[in-house]
Structures are given as structure tokens and as C-alpha cells.
Design a protein around this ligand. Structure first.
Ligand code: FES
Length: 239
């Protein structure tokens, strides 16, 4: 997040296409004067603003990470994981020696976890944006091709979609709040099918959570390593 450079690689081809690290996408502003920065036409709002404090790196990742982070931190699965592993509140079923006298549940400050149902919409937006980035990865200067990085950046939104579309909040949204799928209100059949699909993903939500998180970090490392010239990207463009 604090590294403001080497998040983009196109082998110097220019034009349409290139590898963009998912940690930096979408590019709200771009500082074109750093090494490994994306071309300016990828910036949603243009050049990096002058008022940005000099002490904070001009990294596009800083501007967007609150979105995915707030979604993951409030995810039902991760909550179970860090409540158990870090707070011991509540501990897992077979764990002896409960540190608290009385378990209070998610009250007080923990009410902010309800944010999850809203951060879901942000996360859905990220699936669209990162899918577009995956398409970018199959082009160099407008020329269609494929590289190891293209495949890595393609797997990223697929795993992310598996995680987000299996979200408990999305399951509720798709049909969880209906009492009756065969009742006349709404479009029960479509919603039932959607809900069944979401439920199927939801069953392995932990797997999707970890797989997508590890992969997004790996995709970021891959783009960085290729951009700094440490790793070679084997591709059909010959850059
Ligand atoms: S519950 Fe895990 S992503 Fe929503």
C-alpha cells in the first residue's frame, strides 16, 4: 500500500493493455513521474493532486484499499476466525477456559459489523473493475495475446467472485429473506435458483475467502516482480 511504484507492467508497449496490480485498482489518481506507474489515461480523475501531503506516498492503493478491507474485516467468516483466534471471544466449541465471564455478543462497538451488508455493494463493484483489468491483461498495445500474468489476473476476479457471490449478505439479498419461494410475489423461480447457487458457494465460503485473499496478494507480487524486472513474464507478445 505504501509502495507507490511498479504496480503496472506492459513491457513498454503502451496503448491498450497491460498488467495492473489488483491492490491498486481502480486508479483514482496517477502520479506519472514514478517508475512502474500506469499510463495517465487509466486514471479515473487524472493526475495526482498537488495538495496530497508529501509524507504520505502517492500510492493509488491507499485510496482504494478501505473498500476491500472493510468488506473482508466485516465478513461473517473472518469475524468467526479473528474472534476465535485473536480475541478468544467466543472460543471454538472444544476450547476450555473461556476468558470472559459473560459473552456479550456483537454489541456496542461491534455493531459497526453491520456495515457488511453495505460494503457488499462496493465489493460487487470490484468484481466488475477487476474483470476489466483481467481483460486488459490479454492485450499489449491493442494486440490480443496471452502471458502468465494474463492468466494470473484472470483467476483473480474468478476467485473473488466465488467469495463475494457466496457472501451471507448476498445470500440474504438473493432469496434468504423470502418465506416462500413458490408464493406469487416476486420472481420466485429465478430467485430460488439464484439463492441455491449462492448457497452452494456459501457452503465453502472459508475456502473462497482464503483462496481469493492469497491469490490477490500473489497477483500483486507477480505484477511487481515483473515490473521491476526480477521475474520474466512468458507471453506471446515477446516483450
Ligand atoms: S459473509 Fe463473508 S463475504 Fe459476506
Amino acid at each position: 500500500m505504501f509502495q507507490a511504484n511498479f504496480y503496472w507492467w506492459d513491457g513498454g508497449a503502451g496503448g491498450f493493455g497491460g498488467y495492473l496490480s489488483p491492490f491498486y485498482s481502480p486508479l483514482i489518481f496517477i502520479n506519472p513521474f514514478v517508475e512502474g506507474a500506469a499510463p495517465m489515461d487509466h486514471a479515473w480523475f487524472g493526475a495526482w493532486p498537488n495538495w496530497w501531503p508529501a509524507l504520505i506516498p502517492a500510492s493509488p492503493a491507499i485510496l482504494i484499499l478501505a473498500g476491500p478491507l472493510s468488506f473482508r474485516m466485516t465478513c461473517y467468516y473472518y469475524r468467526k476466525f479473528y474472534y476465535r483466534a485473536y480475541f478468544m471471544a467466543p472460543p471454538a466449541c472444544a476450547v476450555r477456559g473461556i476468558p470472559q465471564k459473560k459473552y456479550k455478543g456483537e454489541t456496542m462497538l461491534f455493531l459497526f459489523q453491520n456495515l457488511h451488508r453495505y460494503t457488499l455493494y462496493v465489493a460487487l463493484g470490484f468484481v466488475v473493475i477487476l474483470s476489466y483489468d483481467a481483460i486488459l491483461g490479454f492485450f499489449r498495445n491493442g494486440q490480443l495475446g496471452i502471458g502468465v500474468g494474463s492468466v494470473i489476473l484472470l483467476i483473480n476476479p474468478i476467485l473473488l467472485a466465488g467469495y463475494i457471490f457466496g457472501c451471507h449478505a448476498f445470500r440474504h439479498l438473493s432469496g434468504g429473506k423470502l418465506d416462500c419461494f413458490s408464493c406469487p410475489s416476486g420472481k420466485p423461480k429465478i430467485r430460488y435458483k439464484l439463492w441455491k447457487g449462492v448457497s452452494w458457494l456459501n457452503r465453502e465460503h472459508m475456502f473462497w475467502a482464503w483462496a481469493s485473499m492469497i491469490w490477490v496478494a500473489f497477483a500483486d507480487i507477480y505484477v511487481r516482480m515483473v515490473a521491476v524486472g526480477t521475474w520474466t513474464d512468458y507471453n506471446t507478445w515477446g516483450y
